[in-house]
Design a protein around this ligand. Structure first.
Ligand SMILES: [Zn+2]
Ligand SMILES: [Zn+2]
Length: 405
């Protein structure tokens, strides 16, 4: 069992840990409320669409895909005008719904979005009728939530974004949504700062502010103050604040694990974005990807090197999957061999940066990489494989305290 107070000796580090637990408690307190709200949104969108289209109440369609309903190019999802990776086959182009229903549902989803910009990347239109969560996903942040299959699986940031983006919640909360800086946007800011905190520390005053803001959300007078999950979350928050709460072991481990991931990802971004490579760029903040030239790699089976017919075993390596996987299983050892200056070190740096981008989920970071993949970088466009890799550690042999061989 892990005890965070033994691991994190510094008071401000303990505060950061408590803040992370507080976000998890609030997340659990909001899940059912948000799930029910999204069921209402789905019902309303379908009923308005059917009455607008003069369709019978039992009209249904599961044939249209999201691609069929979205114009090309659409910002944030289409990759390039000529070769869009989203609309990449004739069957994935814009067309009319055979039931005359889906495009009206699409318009309804847009109408319920505060900024008229649903995250089409996350959703599958075939599921809009059967699963309210497929509609709910349109109100999540655009990146990192494609495979989240319910509000229970969503993290705190996702849920807060649903409350901000989906206008249905205006009727269920007493928050002043006309102000761009309201209780929800402030809480979202806290969530981001905690997740992306460079030193994973928090001052007492900030922690108290967070407790106060989460409590006032969970005690909202319209619905939440009588919602049993929200009431129990408020109770847990009070206990946590007074050090009376027994923290779940899985929460403790998960927070420390994610904290380590964040620190490593930030470290790679800090170190490699200011590396020698980037000092060649005119603007120090420029993306090092601009200088990255995909190396030409071929795969060779070490058991066959030097044997007769070895040339037959050479395969061109064009994706990260080719490097790290053999079929569906991860390779335990991969050796990258080549002449000096051919890009071996740069490729390892590139892997670290791709891994960081996938785990930081910062707005813009992933879009940039996806766009780049669509603009001519045909090789190594599968950076999303790094999302399923918990850690990438880059250890230079020259830094090892042992003679190199
Ligand atoms: Zn497109
Ligand atoms: Zn349809």
């Amino acid at each position: 069992m892990v005890y965070y107070k033994e691991l994190l000796k510094h008071k401000e580090s303990q505060n950061w840990f408590k803040a992370s637990v507080a976000l998890r408690i609030a997340q659990r307190g909001l899940q059912v409320f948000i799930d029910n709200g999204l069921r209402d949104v789905q019902k309303k969108i379908f009923s308005i669409a059917k009455s607008m289209g003069c369709l019978s109440p039992d009209t249904n369609c599961t044939n249209c895909t999201t691609e069929n309903l979205i114009l090309c190019p659409t910002r944030g999802i289409c990759t390039s005008l000529k070769r869009c990776k989203f609309h990449n086959t004739p069957r994935k182009c814009l067309r009319n719904c055979p039931q005359q229903l889906c495009h009206l549902v699409r318009d309804g989803i847009i109408r319920y979005h505060r900024f008229s910009g649903p995250s089409w990347k996350n959703t599958k239109a075939e599921g809009w009728h059967a699963d309210h969560w497929e509609i709910g996903k349109c109100y999540l942040p655009p990146d990192g939530y494609k495979d989240v299959s319910s509000s229970i699986e969503s993290d705190f940031n996702a849920l807060i974004n649903v409350l901000i983006n989906c206008t249905e919640f205006e009727t269920k909360l007493s928050i002043d949504f006309t102000s761009s800086s309201n209780l929800l946007t402030k809480i979202r800011e806290y969530g981001r700062n905690i997740r992306h905190s460079p030193d994973q520390k928090m001052k007492d005053i900030e922690l108290n502010n967070l407790f106060q803001k989460l409590t006032s959300l969970l005690e909202d007078s319209v619905c939440l103050q009588t919602d049993s999950e929200a009431v129990s979350a408020v109770k847990n928050l009070k206990e946590l604040q007074n050090d009376k709460l027994v923290i779940r072991v899985e929460d403790e481990q998960q927070i420390l694990f994610e904290g380590l991931q964040m620190r490593l990802a930030k470290y790679y971004q800090r170190v490699f974005n200011s590396s020698l490579l980037c000092s060649l760029l005119p603007n120090r903040d420029s993306n090092p990807d601009k200088l990255f030239v995909t190396p030409k790699l071929i795969e060779r089976d070490h058991r066959k090197i030097g044997k007769h017919g070895e040339h037959l075993m050479r395969l061109s390596v064009t994706t990260y999957r080719d490097i790290f996987f053999e079929g569906s299983s991860k390779c335990s050892n991969v050796y990258l061999i080549g002449e000096p200056g051919m890009g071996k070190t740069t490729l390892t740096i590139k892997c670290c940066l791709e891994w960081s981008a996938q785990h930081l989920r910062e707005e813009g970071t992933l879009d940039e990489l996806t766009d780049m993949a669509g603009n001519g970088h045909i090789s190594f466009a599968d950076a999303d494989i790094f999302k399923d890799i918990d850690f990438v550690f880059r250890i230079a042999l020259k830094e090892q305290n042992m003679p190199a061989r």
